[in-house]
Ligand binder design. Structure first.
Ligand code: A3P
Length: 334
């Protein structure tokens, strides 16, 4: 379906304040989502669960960025949880011992909350974010173009984690099959997942717009946006973590390096360690998803175990046309 005529431009937000919001929401183009009862709406050129649009509007209207804020942005299944664990630990390493870090008792998503799923989820009450100690750590799956102006205008920093789309799709499909039943997950096949991703009709998609938005900003304004790739993090975690620490203003001292603090952080935040924590084995921070579903295999190139040749060909063509043309390429297997 061609949605180009009905797409909502970024100026639309101003009008929403004075409009009947329900009417506005009902007019947005819709498509089927994989989570049973929840469809997706095309809002400001990206597809998002219809139930989240009011939260996003509230976030866009009310959030006031501080210069010290650090925002982690990603498409789902790109390594968000891992990066949250790393970021939280890097920034808080002088506040608590690693043996005593809140990460041992909380899922990373509780420590670095999402704007759209958590902080602005209650439309009757705005969150009080003023008491959060600086630097405040937040996260979002929203594309760059739709971030609140105060975030773009302030000196707050954004870290984006990107992952090769083939592994994102496979990871997302596994994640979806685990979603538990209150809203009866529709159990889409992998073919259906590949198809919606290729049409750009996936959650927070199209993926190429999402990735390119942050990619371009990272090239134009490297002080503002750090663009990390999951594959690089896997390949040389230490180098990437030091890069991350420097970017957010918490570089490792020589003394810390000599004491192997970086290595300790890597171990703490490793997939195996996080997966084995009680809180991640049994807890739940979102209604339909167990904490454990955020930790699976963590393998670059797992797509080769699941996608057919035809699917790979279709996706590779898309990646070439939509991303490689702008210098954004992926190592598909390590
Ligand atoms: P797989 O499904 O390929 O295993 P997100 O956090 O954005 O939802 O992404 C989830 C993906 O990141 C899953 O990928 C998950 O296993 C992987 N992941 C989670 N924690 C990780 C960690 N500490 N190290 C490496 N990968 C991790």
């Amino acid at each position: 379906m061609d949605h180009s005529i009905t797409q909502q431009g970024s100026n639309e937000l101003c009008d929403v304040q004075d409009q009947d919001q329900e009417l506005f929401l009902s007019k947005l183009p819709k498509t089927k989502g994989w989570l049973g009862s929840s469809d997706l709406s095309l809002y400001q050129n990206f597809w998002c669960p219809s139930t989240l649009v009011p939260n996003i509007i509230s976030f866009q209207k009310h959030f006031q960025a501080h210069d010290q804020d650090i925002i982690l942005a990603s498409k789902p299944k790109s390594g968000t949880t891992w990066l949250k664990a790393l970021l939280f630990t890097i920034v808080n390493r002088t506040n608590s011992n690693l043996s005593d870090t809140p990460l041992l008792n909380s899922n990373p998503h509780e420590l670095v909350p999402f704007f759209e799923f958590t902080l602005y989820a209650n439309n009757n009450e705005l969150p009080n974010l003023s008491d959060i100690p600086s630097p405040r750590l937040f996260s979002t799956h929203i594309p760059y173009a739709s971030l609140p102006e105060s975030m773009k205008d302030s000196k707050s920093r954004i870290v984006y984690i990107c992952r090769n789309p083939l592994d994102i799709i496979v990871s997302h499909w596994h994640f979806a099959t685990q979603a538990d039943g209150v809203h009866s997950c529709s159990k889409w096949t992998l073919e259906e997942f590949v198809d919606v991703y290729c049409k750009g009709e996936e959650i927070f998609g199209p993926f190429w717009n999402h990735m390119l938005g942050y990619w371009k900003q990272s090239l134009e304004n490297p002080q503002k946006v750090l663009f990390l790739k999951y594959e690089d993090l896997k390949k040389d975690t230490k180098t990437q973590v030091k890069r991350l620490a420097e970017f957010v203003g918490f570089p490792f001292s020589l003394e810390e390096e000599n004491k192997d603090i970086v290595e300790d952080i890597l171990k703490l935040c490793s997939l195996r360690n996080l997966k084995d924590l009680e809180v991640n084995k049994h807890g739940k921070f979102m209604p339909y998803f167990d904490n454990k579903s955020y930790f699976r295999k963590g393998q670059v190139g797992d797509w080769a175990n699941h996608l057919t040749k035809a699917m790979v060909k279709r996706l590779e063509k898309l990646i070439r046309e939509k991303l490689s043309a702008y210098g954004l390429t992926f190592e598909l297997v390590i």
